[in-house]
Ligand binder design. Structure first.
Ligand SMILES: OCc1cccc(Br)n1
Length: 446
């Protein structure tokens, strides 16, 4: 609030710099590199997206949770060489604590599950929508923040949990007009990998690291993949054999290699059978190469992709049965997915599925005389108390300006408060789409 006595107090006062500013410093109006503002038109799209995230979560009986954007850095320190670690947005706070802007939501969810302990009866079905951060070198011009929708089921060891989660993402796609011709899910299990690595006696503690390397297949040259795998302790033969297995695209072929008695095959067979019952078989396919880039997955993993192959993964997730115990919690089975807010919008643009979302107001209320500003406020309040949206014109403006604003905000009705009508307890109403105009008693204004 500027002191009315100051040089800027009155509307007509000369616009000289206020006494407290030693110099006028023009700030950079853009947000920090890699981050976005959400002006109204973008915020309407984001709100529409989040509304659909929330609606699907509600339909699946999930409860919303949230966590701080700032977490202890320790939550994300894993030694598997993940990209998410290299790009951690971390710093030391004024209390000399190592903290980080969360790069994902799952570790926070695991922390909250541990914190709640037995007070949160299993199974937990929680969802969250939160902003996640990474410090990406801007040479790649990529974003440093995005919003992620996460759905997680804690306490269910059966593959029914993964089948339910995939069903929820497909429900989301269908709600916004995306079909199985646009998007598919590659599904596999890290137990496939585990069974191959065990047959070559690759140490268990290399597992996470090997998964992170394999997730780079298709993103970096295969020679680099092979070099990294050998560096992670795999023999030449093991590497060749593993890459052979990862190229398998059918469960029958996989069974030939792994046999039909392992957990990997049994989990996958059960998942594909459940997909049939859920009615989404056309959306999913087995693809042994999908491992996802997070070290903590231990079983089924899945990834939503655009069938035209133009975009990065749209969403992804899987089972992470060991994460809670690595945080010192109980050995609880868990699975979940993350669904970012950016790639999906690129897909909607590609498919011409962006919704038309205009700002809309039911009423614009305007006093025809400055002495009636209070009366106009009373009319606005009455309508708002009836649940109607009102844009109240807050200053004396010519009618031409009012009509222009009414058009810009897509107002349905213009309500004019004029002296003659007001003295009769009436206002004049104009339906802007038809031009119909009438006077109505204030007490009867609906
Ligand atoms: O999908 C990985 C990720 C994490 C944080 C921020 C952004 Br943008 N992307």
């Amino acid at each position: 609030q500027i002191d009315p006595g100051s040089s800027r107090g009155g509307r007509t006062g000369a616009l000289t710099p206020p006494p407290f500013a030693d110099e006028v410093q023009k700030i950079d109006a853009n947000p920090p590199k890699g981050t976005r503002d959400f002006p109204p038109e973008d915020m309407r799209l984001r709100s529409w997206l989040f509304h659909n995230f929330r609606e699907v979560s509600r339909l699946f009986g999930f409860e919303e949770v949230d966590f701080p954007v700032l977490e202890s850095e320790a939550l994300f320190i894993r030694k598997a060489g993940e990209e998410i670690r290299d790009q951690l947005y971390c710093f030391e706070d004024r209390g000399n604590r190592r903290v980080a802007l969360r790069p994902e939501l799952t570790p926070s969810l695991a922390r909250l599950v541990i914190q709640k302990g037995k007070s949160a009866p299993l199974p937990l079905k929680w969802f969250a929508i939160g902003q996640c951060w990474r410090y990406e070198r801007m040479t790649r011009g990529r974003r440093r923040e995005h919003y992620q929708w996460n759905m997680d089921i804690i306490g269910v060891p059966e593959v029914t949990a993964e089948a339910e989660l995939i069903s929820s993402t497909i429900s989301f796609f269908k709600r916004i007009g995306v079909t199985a011709s646009d998007v598919g899910f590659k599904v596999s299990s890290r137990k496939v990998l585990q069974e191959v690595l065990m047959s070559y006696s690759v140490p268990e503690d290399s597992f996470g690291r090997v998964c992170v390397i394999i997730d780079k297949i298709g993103k970096i040259p295969v020679e680099e993949i092979k070099k990294d795998l050998k560096h992670a302790g795999m023999s030449e033969v093991a590497v060749e054999d593993l890459l052979q297995v990862l190229s398998i695209k059918s469960l029958e072929k996989l069974e030939e290699i792994l046999g039909d008695s392992g957990e990997a095959i049994s989990d996958l067979r059960q998942l594909f059978s459940l997909a049939e019952k859920f009615g989404y078989s056309e959306w999913i396919q087995f693809d042994a190469s999908v491992v996802r880039g997070l070290a903590y997955y231990t079983g089924i993993v899945f990834e939503g992709f655009d069938r035209e192959g133009k975009l990065r993964a749209i969403c992804g997730g899987g089972r992470y049965d060991k994460l809670l115990s690595t945080f010192g919690g109980d050995d609880l089975p868990a699975c979940g997915f993350g669904f970012g807010d950016a790639v999906i919008v690129e897909l909607l643009k590609e498919k011409g599925l962006l919704p038309k979302l205009d700002h809309q107001v039911e009423n614009i209320v305007c006093a025809l005389d400055s002495d009636l500003q209070g009366a106009a406020a009373a009319v606005a309040t009455k309508l708002r108390e009836k649940g109607q949206s009102v844009d109240l014109v807050l200053e004396g403006k010519p009618l031409k300006w009012v009509f222009k604003r009414a058009a810009r905000i897509n107002a349905q009705r213009l309500i004019l408060v004029g002296l003659d009508e007001w003295q009769k307890g009436m206002v004049s109403v104009k339906i802007l789409s038809s031009g119909e105009q009438y006077e109505v008693k204030l007490v009867e204004l609906e």
